[in-house]
Ligand binder design. Structure first.
Ligand code: M6R
Length: 635
C-alpha cells in the first residue's frame, strides 16, 4: 500500500517524481505529495485524491516558490504535458514523493506525505506502520515538538529532529533502533546538499541505478523507464545516496556490498499500450502470460515438470508429507484450485489457509510440511508473516510469486516465479491464471515423484501447453460478455456458483465483480446453495454458474434446475457442445474442452470479462477501485 519515489541526480527531480507516482498510483491513491530541494528551500505540495489533483496544484498559478521554467527530462516529453511544472528553480535535483493509502488519519493534505519536522528541514515519505508511534508521540510532545498530522509517520521526522547533530545518517541509525513496526523510508535534510537517504524494514524499497541518477522506489514500476539495474534493500539496511554514488549499511552500521540485479520486465509491459484500462489489457495478455509461465518448465515426452527454482530444495520436496498453501484474496483462490489438483494427482494432503489466519490457528507443522506462499506482488504482509511463522516452525517454505526479488520471493527457501509480467490493475486477473498454471506444474512434479503415471503426466503437460490457444478462443467471446453485462448491469446482487475445481473460480468471479463494480456478489460451492443461500434466489438475484462438462456436471445441472424453479436467472459457463444447459440457463458462454483440473484457467476468463463490463457500465474506476490498493503491505 502506498508508493514511494525518491530521486537524486543530474536531472530535474520533480517530473521524474511525478512520473514515478503515476506509475505507483495503483498501490494507493487517496492522497499524494512531493518535496523537492531547491536553492531557496524545500518546494512541497500535497493534495487529496488522485495524482492528477497534485499535478493541478503544482500547475496552479500560485506555486509556493517562483522560478524559471523547469526543463522536462527528455524521456518524459511526448507522453506527459510539457508545461506541468512551474515554480521550481532549475537545479532542484533531489526530492521525494508519496502516494498514500490511509492507515492512521483520514486522507487529508495534513496527513499526506512527505511529512516534516518542526523546522521543515527533514522531509520523509514512509510506507508501513510504526506500531509504537503513540508512546513516541507523547514523549516528543512533552519535549515541545509540534505535530501537524494524525499519522504515525510524523513521529519519525520529529525523532530525527530530536537526535540530529548535523548528520542525518547518524540520526537515522539511532531512530531506526527506536522504531517498532514496518517501514520503507525515503528522506532528506534541507541543510545537507546532494544527499538522499533510504531505509527499509518490512516494507519494500528498491534503488534504480541509472546514468548519473538514482531513483528510490517502493516498486520497480517507477524505475523501469529509467534503468533496469536495481538493488533490493534488505530489512535493516540504510542507503546513503549522492548522485550516482551510494553506500549501503546494515543494521550494525557496517557497509555492505550489494548485488546489482537486472529487471526482466520492459517498460512497455507496464504501460497501457492503447488499451482503455490495464485490467482489460491484462485479461487479454493471458495467452501470452500463461505461455511465459510454463515455457521451458516441462519435458513433454517424459511427462515431467522442470522447475529450476526448486532444485535447491529437491531433497526436502521429495520427503514432503503435507502441504499448506497460504495466501490472500485471488492468490488464495488459485491456491484452492491447487489443493484439488495436488490431492487428486499427487496424493499429498493439502490445506489452504488465509495467510492472515494461519498464525492464529495452531496448525500441526513439522519438517515434512511445506508451506507454499502464493502472491502476485510478493509483498503481501500477511503472506510474508505466514512464511516467517512456518519457517520458524521448521517447515519447508516455497513461493509462487510474480514480482522478482520481492520480499516473499526472498523469504522463501525456494520457489517458482509465475512470470505473468507486471500486473498493474488492482483486480488480479492474469496473475490468477498463471498461479494456477504453476500449481499444475507443481502437481505434476510432486505427482511424478510419487503416484502419477507417465501417461497422466504427459496428458496434463500436453493440455497445459494447449491452453494459450484455448484462452484466445475464450477471449473472442468478449463482445458476447459485454452484451450479457448490458442486460444485467443494474442488478444489485449476484450469486457465483461452482463445484470442485470451479468452486474457487466462483469465489474469484464474485470477488472480481464486487471489487471493481461494488455490486454485491457472493461465491458459493454450489452444493451449499440448499443449505441456506437459495432463500435469496428470485427473479432479482441472478446466478453466474460455472459448470463445465466434468465429473460434477450433473450435480450442477440439478442445482441450476432448483434455481430456475425459483425464478432465478442463470448466466452459465460450460463446455463447447453442451446443448442441454440451454434448457435451464438464460445465457450460455462456451469454453473449449480441456482436462477438468485445468478448466479454472478457462472459466476464470469470462468471469473477469463480465466483471470488467459490469464495472464499466456502472461507471466505475476499473483499474483503481475505491478503498483498495494493489499490494497490501500492512497486516
Ligand atoms: O499480491 P498478492 O497476490 O499477495 O495479493 C493478494 C490479494 O491482495 C489480491 O489478490 C487481491 O485480492 C486482489 N485485489 C484481487 O483482485
Amino acid at each position: 500500500m502506498c508508493g514511494i519515489v525518491g530521486y537524486i541526480g543530474k536531472n530535474q527531480a520533480l517530473p521524474i517524481l511525478l512520473d514515478g507516482l503515476k506509475r505507483l498510483e495503483y498501490r494507493g491513491y487517496d492522497s499524494s505529495g512531493v518535496a523537492v530541494k531547491t536553492a531557496d528551500g524545500v518546494f512541497s505540495v500535497k493534495a487529496v485524491g488522485r495524482i492528477v489533483e497534485l499535478e493541478k496544484k503544482i500547475n496552479s498559478p500560485n506555486p509556493s516558490l517562483e522560478g524559471g521554467q523547469i526543463n522536462l527530462d527528455s524521456r518524459l516529453r511526448g507522453n506527459d504535458k510539457g508545461n506541468l511544472l512551474k515554480g521550481v528553480n532549475a537545479g532542484a535535483n533531489t526530492g521525494i514523493a508519496h502516494t498514500r493509502w490511509a492507515t492512521h488519519g483520514a486522507p487529508t493534505e495534513a496527513n499526506a506525505h512527505p511529512q516534516t519536522d518542526c523546522q521543515g528541514k527533514i522531509w520523509l515519505a514512509h510506507n508501513g506502520i510504526i506500531e509504537n508511534y503513540q508512546e513516541l508521540k507523547i514523549r516528543l510532545i512533552a519535549k515541545g515538538h509540534k505535530f501537524t498530522s494524525q499519522t504515525d509517520t510524523e513521529v519519525i521526522a520529529h525523532l530525527l529532529e530530536d537526535l540530529y547533530d548535523g548528520d542525518l545518517s547518524r540520526a537515522l541509525i539511532k531512530v531506526l533502533k527506536i522504531l517498532k513496526g514496518a517501514y520503507g523510508l525515503a528522506l532528506f535534510h534541507s541543510d545537507e546538499p546532494n544527499k538522499l537517504f533510504a531505509a527499509k524494514f518490512g516494507s519494500p524499497l528498491v534503488l534504480g541505478l541509472a546514468d548519473g541518477e538514482i531513483i528510490v522506489a517502493s516498486d520497480v514500476s517507477a524505475i523501469i523507464r529509467y534503468t533496469k539495474q536495481v538493488i533490493y534493500l534488505k530489512d535493516g539496511e540504510i542507503a546513503e545516496i549522492s548522485g550516482q554514488d551510494f553506500k549501503i549499511f546494515d543494521a550494525d552500521n557496517k557497509q555492505v556490498n550489494k548485488n546489482i540485479d537486472q529487471i526482466e520486465w520492459d517498460s512497455e509491459a507496464a504501460e497501457k499500450g492503447g488499451w482503455p484500462h490495464f485490467m482489460l489489457k491484462e485479461i487479454f495478455e493471458q495467452p501470452k502470460s500463461i505461455a511465459n509461465s510454463i515455457r521451458g518448465r516441462y519435458v513433454a515426452e517424459a511427462g515431467r515438470a522442470k522447475l529450476g527454482g526448486l532444485e535447491s530444495a529437491a531433497e526436502r520436496i521429495r520427503g514432503i508429507k503435507k502441504i499448506i498453501i497460504a495466501s490472500c484474496g485471488t492468490a488464495r483462490l488459485a491456491g484452492l484450485v491447487g489443493k484439488y489438483m495436488i490431492e487428486e494427482y499427487a496424493g499429498i494432503p493439502c490445506e489452504v489457509d488465509y495467510a492472515h489466519e494461519f498464525r492464529y490457528r495452531k496448525a500441526i507443522l513439522d519438517g515434512e510440511t511445506a508451506l507454499i506462499a502464493v502472491s502476485q506482488s510478493g509483498e503481501t504482509a500477511d503472506t510474508l508473516a505466514a512464511v516467517r511463522e512456518a519457517k520458524e516452525k521448521g517447515c519447508l517454505t516455497l513461493g509462487i510469486v510474480n514480482v522478482v526479488g520481492s520480499s516473499i520471493a526472498r523469504a522463501t527457501e525456494a520457489g517458482v516465479y509465475s512470470h505473468s509480467g507486471p500486473e498493474i490493475a488492482v483486480a488480479s486477473t492474469k496473475a490468477f491464471t498463471s498461479q494456477v498454471a504453476i500449481l499444475c506444474l507443481l502437481t505434476v512434479m510432486f505427482g511424478r515423484q510419487r503416484q502419477m503415471s507417465l501417461a497422466t503426466g504427459q496428458r496434463i503437460i500436453s493440455e497445459l501447453a494447449s491452453l494459450p490457444d484455448k484462452i484466445k478462443q475464450v477471449l473472442a467471446l468478449n463482445d458476447e460478455l459485454k452484451r450479457i453485462a448490458e442486460k444485467y448491469y443494474q442488478f444489485k446482487n449476484f450469486a457465483f456458483l461452482g463445484r470442485k475445481y470451479n468452486h474457487p473460480v466462483a469465489f474469484e468471479g464474485a470477488l472480481k465483480l464486487k471489487e471493481i463494480s461494488y455490486i454485491h456478489a457472493e461465491g458459493f460451492a454450489a452444493g451449499e446453495l440448499k443449505h441456506g443461500p437459495i432463500a435469496m434466489i428470485d427473479e432479482n438475484f441472478p446466478s453466474f454458474y460455472i459448470a463445465p462438462v466434468d465429473s460434477v456436471y450433473e450435480k450442477n445441472y440439478s442445482n441450476m434446475q432448483e434455481i430456475k424453479a425459483r425464478g432465478g436467472k442463470i448466466i452459465a459457463i460450460t463446455t463447447a457442445g453442451d446443448e442441454k444447459i440451454k434448457e435451464v440457463a438464460d445465457e450460455v458462454i462456451y469454453i473449449p474442452k480441456t482436462l477438468e483440473m485445468l478448466t479454472p484457467i478457462l472459466t476464470a476468463v469470462p468471469s473477469q470479462l463480465f466483471a470488467y463490463h459490469m464495472a464499466m457500465l456502472n461507471g466505475r474506476d476499473v483499474d483503481k477501485p475505491r478503498n483498495l490498493a494493489k499490494s497490501v503491505t500492512v497486516e
